[in-house]
Ligand binder design. Sequence first.
Ligand SMILES: [Zn+2]
Length: 391
Amino acid sequence: MKQPELLKSAIAILQELVAFDTTSRTSNLAIVEHIQSYLDNLGIESRLTHNDDGSKANLWATIGPDIAGGIVLSGHLDVVPVDGQHWSSEPFNMWQADGKLFGRGVVDMKGFIAVCLAMAPVFRRTNLQRPVHFAFTYDEEVGCIGVHGLLQDVIANLPLPDAVVVGEPTSMKIIGGHKGSRSYQTVFKGVPAHSSDPSLGVNSIMAAARLVSYLESMQQDLVDNAKPDSAFDPPCSTIDLGIINGGTANNIIPEYTTVQWGFRLLPDDDADQLQQQVFDFIERQIVTDMKAQSPQAGADTKVTNTVIPLLADEQSPAEQLIRHLTGLNESSVVSFGTEAGAFQHANIPAVVFGPGSITQAHQADEFIEIDQLGQCVNFMCKLADRAAANH
Ligand SMILES: [Zn+2]
């Protein structure tokens, strides 16, 4: 097939993929089944790894020889919600205008997956000397969760690949590194009482406010100690403080207050140390004072999510491969997390490289330029040639 036909095929497949509402909160089994039967028809076997309740699955498929090495093309099947967004047409019914395709997930990141699938017959027909793998995951948008089960399965049961391309939208530029993140939920438990005598209770909102101020001062420290030569923007780790909930009425001392907070971390910052700093403050300062008022008061913190950072490495086989195939000779870093960090952490070198712009992701009227999909098809054709080569 020629490239224009492959692009046409990718667009048709994308239309089908968009029609599955794979918002992270819903099951993705229908789209997984759809992809599985498509691959099946091409004689390509795939394997699934499920989440705990079996409602979602990752898909892994290998084309070519069953040997170590080769390249993984990786993308997530879930999309962010359309709730509260104003779309000019039905978000799960892809439409085309001005050289662009519109719909939920077209750029983040079903467009890349559609190109992978459109290329599957080409990979299948090519006499590949090294394998091409597909890794399609669930629950990326809610914290890169699904990929861990997929990686466990690959590491335990399959020959390890050489490199991974995570096809998040980078406008077909190489992203060699990204920040990681850790998210926490702290619940402050106070003691309720009528607010007419504050000494009878312990105020959980006041306790939470101390954590908030502490995070604010920590944020300032991080800014003050930013590394001016860092490739990241902003050039330091940063604090997330997104949700706070507490209290029931103005005349009741609030019993529970919940704070959701976290870090976005430079790959070389010590996450454990930053975490310990906050944990120590909560225990030694806030909880100690609360318990002095009442032994029933306290605080409980749990980690709600971790995204592993991607350490930039220009010499990695993943980045070298993309440079070789595209002729690109520079790479950059971004402050958002992807599944690439998890692959690298599992000793599979990874880069982020895919069609479309990240600025379109998560927006109403999300779109991808058809030209970007075309560039991605072109890249994949070079990849097929390379995987067919003997050296
Ligand atoms: Zn994404």
